[in-house]
Design a protein around this ligand. Structure first.
Ligand code: FMN
Length: 379
């Protein structure tokens, strides 16, 4: 077999993916997952170990959790941040390690808007994070004075000049992400956080230039995306996470496709296609949760807007991921909870797909031993 034939037979999941001047070694991506472990938004030892193990597990792209562009934009007080130059150094240490192990270092920037100042997912309702750490509530803001649901605070409506300030903050967070050395940046525009709140007429009832028809409701998110693109190097790729449907009937796939066309024109490289979260708790389900439940959204955006997409949501193993790529439904595969269950998911997927039976993809400090051990295992 010639080398050409060999590479043809390689699973797409383990084929490099070039985005501008940056190459992901494979299509396996760790999805952003907030851990509530930061103090003052800084990366610490916990984040290094939590994310570092995914780099050792040979995911091609490792995303941090959502990093707030201002303190008020955090979901909880324990979220990471990129709102202050003083935070850059802590991110650098993480980025160095991820890259040293061969992964692209990626970060997600966000503003929680009306869904800020919340307890951690696993706290009792009404409790606000670790009391001993002094977690306190703060004022939440949004496009309109409409709460996310029962038990959520009513946000203060943001004035137009404040929105211009927030657009600048997205840009500044991008500049800090670059200074920290990240290869990939993603705007969190999904799950009912600030950008998604602007898109949906359910959460955005404004009648100024930032509300009204779809073009008006897209104005602030597009301005934020533009500011990030302008502050993020030309050779580095930029993603955006969207909720293809908001889960409340205000924003649909057709809207997302129109939005994705505009994002593409701004220079967004990949649409990370999620869904839901606009109202209430994350238990408000726009689609029934079954294997690959959001893949049809990734496919619709990819085909409808002609832009690469990342699929996410209950993707569990290598063959399932490979089938999504082979069908042309997405270009990258994001793994969330399955990566918590198995940090070496990518390496195991390679074995399932028959392209690493000799442990060659593993770091040699592990792989050499595992290869030798093969003959000692019961047949
Ligand atoms: C612990 C945890 C934290 C999460 N935090 C974020 C986050 O910071 N940003 C985000 O866009 N999605 C977040 N998500 C959603 C995941 O990125 C992913 O989209 C979701 O879990 C579905 O994928 P899965 O079925 O592979 O887990 C989080 C999910 C989990 C389980």
């Amino acid at each position: 077999m010639s080398e050409g034939e060999l590479s043809l037979s390689k699973p797409l999941l383990f084929t490099p993916f070039t985005m501008r001047g940056v190459v992901a070694p494979n299509r396996c991506v760790v999805s952003p997952m907030v851990q509530y472990r930061a103090t003052d938004g800084e990366v610490n030892d916990y984040h290094l170990v939590h994310l570092g193990k995914f780099a050792l597990g040979k995911f091609g792209i490792v995303f941090t959790e959502n990093c707030a562009v201002e303190p008020q934009g955090r979901v909880t007080q324990g979220d990471l941040g990129l709102w202050d130059d003083a935070q850059i150094e802590s991110h650098r240490r993480l980025v160095r390690f991820l890259k040293q192990e061969g992964a692209l270092a990626a970060t997600q920037i966000t503003h929680a808007g009306r869904k800020g100042s919340t307890p951690r997912s696993f706290d009792k309702p009404g409790e606000l994070g670790p009391r001993e750490a002094g977690w306190k509530k703060w004022e939440v803001v949004g496009p309109s004075a409409v709460p996310a649901g029962e038990g959520y605070p009513t946000p203060r409506q943001l004035a137009a000049p404040e929105l211009e300030g927030l657009v600048r903050k997205f840009g500044e967070a991008a500049r800090r992400a670059d200074a920290a050395g990240y290869d990939v940046i993603e705007i969190h525009g999904a799950h009912g956080y600030l950008l998604a709140q602007f898109l949906s007429p359910i959460s955005n009832t404004r009648n100024d230039q930032y509300g009204g028809d779809r073009a008006g409701r897209m104005r602030f998110p597009l301005a934020a995306a533009q500011a990030v693109r302008s502050n993020w190097p030309e050779h580095k790729p930029m993603f955006i996470r969207v909720s293809a449907v908001d889960g409340a009937g205000g924003w649909d796939v057709e809207d997302t496709i129109a939005y994705a066309r505009e994002l593409k024109a701004i220079g967004i490289d990949v649409v990370d296609t999620s869904s839901g979260g606009l109202t209430g708790l994350s238990t408000a389900l726009p689609v029934k949760r079954s294997l690959g439940f959001q893949v049809p959204f990734a496919a619709a955006v990819k085909r409808g807007a002609g832009i690469p997409t990342m699929a996410v949501g209950l993707i569990l193993d290598g063959p399932q991921a490979e089938a999504i790529l082979q069908a042309g439904d997405a270009d990258l595969i994001a793994i969330g909870r399955q990566a918590l269950y198995d940090p070496f998911w990518a390496l195991h997927a390679a074995q399932e797909l028959g392209c690493d039976s000799d442990f060659d993809m593993w770091t040699p400090e592990y792989g050499w031993w595992l290869e030798k051990r093969k003959n000692n295992l019961p047949k």
